[in-house]
Design a protein around this ligand. Structure first.
Ligand code: PLP
Length: 402
């Protein structure tokens, strides 16, 4: 048996289910669930239409590299979005479709970690998307948690990692915009991380699956490929990015994304995926082309989220410490006292389900960075999100006073 299996932590939603089973409702209000990061805006009709038109794709085995027209659509989109000079990102050498970023974030560790080798660490943000930890453990590596504290606007301080950790590091996951904080890595963050990658020889895997859900239309989040282009790193050396249609185009059930970057990493990952069986079904590829070639639905999607953030954040700011994130669809407030206790009270007294921040982070020398926080996913419709915030107010106000 893979020894990493026994080290896997219960998934946050298993821990939340345990709270749900235990907490007695003190109200008969219908439950509003803001705990899960599952987009609920409708999938654009053009994606459905393309999917249906291509249903005869079920009669063919898909190729791991994907259709040339899908890779080209991805390259065109990424080129526009991240200001890449024409030809820098090559559809043949730099891009692979993946069945959502979750499986690819997991699989890349299998590809990059040499089990039993000297590079036995995977550095990841804390709090973090849980797949990074499982990917490290099941690849035979150890996770190394890098706190993303409020004092640094929830960005990791790469200089806080000791050199002997970097020497043992196979890969670093970064998540920008971050889940749960919405924090976006800037030019200086990437400059430092890339310099460290060059010095110590590790790979950077940037999870950018929230990159299209930003609040200021004039300031889309910086991407790692964009950083490479701006700094003359034409071969994207040591850099990979992961992108998804799940949040951008509201189709988490389509299972579609891509990995792009350094050809010297894409090539072995391609070989790995031919054995793994990671090819994207042909009809999903056609639906994905329809999504990557349209920006209007993405702009509308951002507008929906913006309205919700604008309506909910001031209500919560009256009763806890909360800031509008730069991107993503989560609020990450600090509450008075323990976040798990706050979650229990919100469930019992307000019939609002949110995720305790502690479930998304691990203890380090500084404690658990999520201990006093909640993750609130603004995925429900605006009225429901506002109703939830109003219901939460008296509970959070009481916590503040106690
Ligand atoms: C930070 C982060 N990365 C990756 C994913 C996976 O998304 P998907 O597999 O739908 O692309 C999620 C999903 O919630 C996420 O929050």
């Amino acid at each position: 048996m893979n020894p990493g299996l026994s080290e896997l932590q219960p998934y946050p939603f298993e821990r939340l289910a345990e709270i749900r089973a235990r907490v007695q409702p003190l109200t008969d209000l219908p439950l509003i669930n803001l705990s899960i990061g599952e987009p609920q805006h409708p999938t654009p009709p053009r994606v459905h239409e393309a999917l249906v038109r291509a249903l005869d794709g079920t009669a063919r085995y898909p190729a791991t590299r994907g259709l040339p027209e899908l890779r080209q659509a991805i390259v065109d989109w990424a080129g526009r979005r991240f200001h890449l000079p024409a030809g820098m990102l090559d559809a043949e050498r730099h891009v692979l479709p993946v069945n959502g970023t979750r499986e690819a974030l997991f699989a890349i560790a299998q590809c990059l970690v040499a089990a039993g080798g000297a590079r036995d660490l995977v550095v990841m943000p804390n709090p973090f998307y849980q797949i990074y930890e499982g990917a490290a453990l099941l690849a035979g590596a150890r996770p190394w948690f890098l706190d993303c504290p409020a004092e640094r606007d929830f960005r990791p301080d790469f200089d806080a990692v000791p050199a002997d950790v970097w020497r043992r590091t196979a890969l670093v996951y970064v998540c920008s915009p971050g889940n749960p904080s919405g924090a976006v890595l800037g030019d200086a963050d990437y400059a430092r991380l890339v310099a460290l990658a060059d010095e110590f020889g590790f790979t950077i895997v940037a999870d950018e699956c929230y990159s299209e859900l930003y609040h200021d239309e004039q300031r889309p989040p910086l991407g790692l490929l964009e950083w490479c282009a701006a700094h003359g790193r034409a071969d994207f050396s040591r850099c990979l990015v992961m992108h998804s249609l799940s949040k951008r185009s509201n189709c988490p059930g389509l299972r579609s994304g891509f990995v792009a970057g350094d050809a010297a990493l894409i090539d072995p990952f391609y070989r790995y995926r031919t054995y793994q069986g990671g090819a994207m079904p042909v009809h999903v590829q056609h639906a994905s082309i329809a999504a990557w070639t349209d920006e209007d639905h993405v702009i509308a999607n951002r507008a929906f989220y913006r309205r919700k953030f604008d309506a909910v954040t001031p209500l919560l700011a009256e009763v806890c410490t909360v800031t509008m994130p730069a991107a993503g669809f989560y609020l990450w407030p600090e509450v008075a006292g323990d976040g798990i206790r706050a979650c229990e009270r919100l469930l019992g007294e307000a019939a609002v389900l949110v995720l305790p921040g502690a479930f998304l982070a691990r203890d380090t020398a500084r404690g658990n960075p999520g201990a006093r926080r909640l993750r609130i996913a603004l995925v429900a419709d605006e009225t429901e999100c506002v109703t939830a915030a109003k219901r939460m107010q008296p509970v959070l106000r009481q916590l503040q006073g106690s």
